[in-house]
Design a protein around this ligand. Structure first.
Ligand code: PA5
Length: 444
């Protein structure tokens, strides 16, 4: 289902180095599988695919069906970080590029996202849209206390309360089973709720209701997604130097530690995968970037970014390697026609699929970047669908656990995320932050 190819690194590393880091990754595999490593109270994601009950999938589908019966045509999904990026990644990957602009009846509501910024303009414009549509909302926060989604939800909640006779039938909350302001609010208001398991951190939660509910409401097959993830769970459970997650963890740690490659760029060649890069950046950035260590995860969407970041990647500071997500087959077909006049001089491409041009651009870029000192890892999938995406999510999560343990950090905490929040609360004069407010004012 997923193939990993590290031949694009072979001119940069020795067989001895490869063996050394494969052995390290295999040790880290044992730590992850044994559940004895740092942060081991957050390992619930490891068996999510094989342990997802049928009832959970059916519950998610019943929200979808209930909103369909109400004629809902816009669902606002509120969340940030791990409570947002997985769903957005899947929905963008599985949707048609122009679905929102197509005329005619739609099979599923449009899904839009909020609570991932504090832009007043964004929320005002979102309310303009909601006013024209039949609107429902999914609010997601594991802690139930995160400011950005809380602000967005207060505004969306007020809108729904003003405009619909029974607001509770249009709002679903996904949060902790017992803690947090969102849980209290949801209970009081009688919202339908789904639980984020205690032992699953935000960035590992795409295969919980955090991802599954928005994805199914958007019209996609979560059963196939879980099946694909389950297949991957079984494959990656086998300890072997051929295990794709071990291979990925080994090569990226080798490149980082031995060659000083401190930046990893996820490269995609399909605009639908732009948010795969965003999801992956959070997963690896928050999991590995701590204790003064970590590979900085960046992403580009080619060929667009070959015309913006291509120059730097080819010739700038040699700090990076690339992980190319290669899609072997396009789901649609467009063939370039012949033009008798040939004024654009493109007849040499007549009869060729656009995808063929894309593949040649990808291959040409790979060779150029290797020549320019940028090692290449390739992660290949056959095509984009729910099943394959489920497998891809699980692959990157499992590999992330191995990789972070190989690096020697706890993959499952994120202490650094608190620093900005403390300052923001002090500046916003949140009760309880009086001392920090005084301190911070002195610095301004
Ligand atoms: O991965 C994480 O834990 C974070 O990115 C969280 O998902 C993010 O901060 C949102 O937190 P919450 O779901 O508690 O609102």
């Amino acid at each position: 289902m997923i193939k990993i190819d590290v031949k694009g690194c072979s001119t940069f590393v020795t067989p001895e180095q490869s063996k050394k880091y494969t052995d390290k990754a295999l040790e880290a595999f044992d730590v992850l599988v044994s559940g004895e490593g740092a942060g081991n109270d957050f390992l619930g994601w490891k068996h999510l695919p094989s342990e997802t009950p049928e009832s959970l999938l059916a519950d998610c589908e019943s929200v979808r069906d209930g909103w369909k019966a109400l004629g809902v045509d816009l669902v606002i999904v509120i969340g940030i970080g791990g409570s947002y990026l997985g769903a957005r990644c899947a929905i963008e990957a599985l949707s048609g590029n122009f679905d929102k602009l197509l005329k005619g009846p739609k099979a599923a509501p449009d899904v839009v996202f909020a609570g991932n910024n504090l832009s007043e303009e964004y929320l005002a414009e979102l309310m303009d849209l909601a006013a024209q549509r039949n609107t429902a909302c999914i609010v997601i926060s594991k802690s139930g206390t995160t400011t950005e989604p809380a602000v967005a939800f207060r505004i969306v909640k007020e809108f729904i309360e003003k405009n619909y006779p029974n607001p509770a039938e249009r709002i679903v909350a996904i949060t902790d089973k017992s803690r947090g302001a969102l849980k209290t609010l949801a209970t009081q208001e009688g919202y339908r709720t789904f639980v984020v398991p205690d032992d699953v951190g935000g960035r590992f939660s795409v295969l919980t209701p955090v991802g599954l509910l928005p994805i199914v409401v958007a019209g996609f097959d979560i059963r196939a997604m879980i099946d694909g993830a389950k297949e991957m769970e079984q494959k990656l459970a086998v300890k072997s130097a051929d295990n794709a997650a071990v291979q990925y963890a080994a090569i990226r740690n080798l490149l980082y530690t031995e060659l000083g490659k401190k930046v990893e760029i996820m490269v995609t060649y399909n605009p639908k995968f732009q948010y795969l890069g965003e999801w992956w950046k959070q997963l690896y950035g928050e999991s590995e970037g701590k204790d003064g260590k970590g590979i900085f995860p960046a992403s580009v969407n080619n060929t667009a970014d070959l015309h913006s970041m291509g120059q730097f990647i080819q010739e700038g500071d040699r700090v990076m390697f690339e992980t190319v997500v290669n899609i072997e087959k396009a789901n649609r077909s467009v063939v370039i026609g012949r033009d008798e006049q040939n004024l654009d001089q493109l007849n040499f491409l007549a009869g060729k699929h656009v995808e063929h041009c894309g593949s040649m651009a990808q291959l040409g870029t790979k060779l150029a970047h290797i020549d320019g000192g940028v090692p290449q890892i390739e992660v290949s999938i056959d095509h984009i669908d729910s099943r394959i995406l489920g497998g891809l999510f699980y692959f990157f999560e499992f590999a992330c656990g191995i990789s972070a343990y190989t690096l020697g950090v706890n993959p499952f905490n994120q202490p650094g995320v608190e620093a900005y929040k403390k300052n923001m609360f002090a500046l916003l004069e949140k009760p309880g932050y009086e001392e920090q407010t005084k301190e911070i004012r002195k610095r301004l």
